[in-house]
Design a protein around this ligand. Structure first.
Ligand SMILES: N[C@@H](CCC(=O)N[C@@H](CS)C(=O)NCC(=O)O)C(=O)O
Length: 343
């Protein structure tokens, strides 16, 4: 049992599902532990206080934060069904899309889960059952009510309001359409094997494909995408695949996702960074010709810096290819600035 990872997370947590799927695909032995009060106590020292956390068998320490954990696992198990494309340029683009999934698509997840009454009702109860470990009905209902009130009250803070609703919902429909078309001819974003980007999208959509309203939309618009999401949950049996040829043009879907990064995600990250630098608690930015507003998040400034750091390390032909695609998709200007190391 010494080589076995232990992952503590929640079936209602997109980042937990992302990491569980990643461990399965990579055939790294692990035990899945649904988070419960006892486990919560065991991990109170882990900062930031988020799930999933993974106890690595080699150091016996709980690690946190899905993206750094994914890269740590790469370093430890290089060559074993890696999810990082060999080409540095494709690897950067995969990270950019994953980051957009983690920080922007998560707004779709949160919005659909907590905006409408039927979703609030189902999701709060469903989450309460797992949080309490099947407590009796009365206790479950009390936890459900608590969770519902807390999550609904945070909608505006994370950017979901009457004004921003069309931005988030249109952006969601765009992702569904992108994947519906992509999956008619391709298996994953960067080839016949899944990348970090695929797992990022999977994490958020594991929930969107489950919660009532968004599930209904995905089922209607793209049963193909729905099946892809369900299958990536356990791709341990998937045969070895290939990365796309980095010298060839990228799939249209990747271009469309990068265009979303250029039009929406990167302007959002920059507006957040500028507001944080001015010490502001909220920010607004025009996205898709509408006003978008939310609270500032320090973590999202970190994300911007990581991306800029990775971009600054590109060189030679991969950099030339990346610059061309970033320029075509409106992303390049956001990488002209160097990462802020003080952040
Ligand atoms: N950047 C982190 C985000 C993890 C995260 O936000 N997890 C949520 C659950 S999905 C959480 O633990 N939130 C704190 C809470 O709900 O109390 C990652 O990628 O792992």
């Amino acid at each position: 049992m010494t080589d076995v990872y232990q992952i503590a997370g929640d079936i209602g947590s997109p980042y937990s599902m992302k990491m569980r799927a990643l461990l399965r695909y990579r055939r790294l032995p692990f035990i899945w532990c649904q988070i419960n009060p006892k486990l919560r106590e065991e991990i109170t020292h882990v900062k930031p206080p988020v799930i999933p956390v993974i106890k690595f068998p080699d150091d016996g320490i709980w690690h946190v934060d899905s993206t750094p954990m994914a890269y740590e696992l790469e370093a430890k198990h290089a060559g074993q069904r890696s999810i990082i494309p060999d080409d540095a340029g494709l690897s950067f683009l995969s990270h950019l899309i994953e980051d957009m999934a983690d920080e922007w698509m998560t707004k779709m997840m949160y919005h659909y889960r907590w905006w409408r009454e039927p979703d609030q009702k189902f999701c709060s109860y469903w989450l309460a059952v797992s949080h309490t470990g099947f407590a009796p009905e009365e206790a479950t209902l009390a936890v459900a009510e608590f969770v519902r009130e807390r999550q609904v009250s945070r909608l505006a803070l994370v950017g979901s309001t009457e004004t921003t609703k069309p931005i988030i919902e249109e952006s969601f429909l765009e992702v569904v359409d992108i994947f519906d078309h992509h999956l008619r001819e391709n298996r994953f974003l960067f080839g016949s094997r899944p990348s970090l980007a695929d797992f990022g999208v999977f994490g958020q959509f594991s929930q969107l494909n489950h919660d009532p309203t968004s599930q209904g939309i995905i089922r209607e618009k793209s049963p193909r995408f729905s099946s892809w999401i369900d299958q990536l949950d356990d791709a341990s049996g998937l045969e070895e695949g290939e990365w796309i040829d980095p010298t060839q043009s990228l799939p249209l879907s990747v271009i469309r996702l990068l265009k979303m990064a250029g039009d929406v995600y990167l302007p959002f990250l920059i507006a957040n960074a500028e507001a944080l630098n001015k010490g502001e608690e909220t920010f607004s930015v025009t996205l898709m010709n509408r006003m978008y507003q939310q609270g500032t998040f320090k973590y999202q400034l970190k994300c911007l810096n990581w991306l800029r750091e990775e971009y600054s390390q590109l060189q030679g032909a991969p950099k030339e290819r990346v610059d061309l695609v970033l320029s075509e998709t409106g992303c390049l200007p956001f990488f002209s600035q160097k990462p802020e190391h003080s952040a």
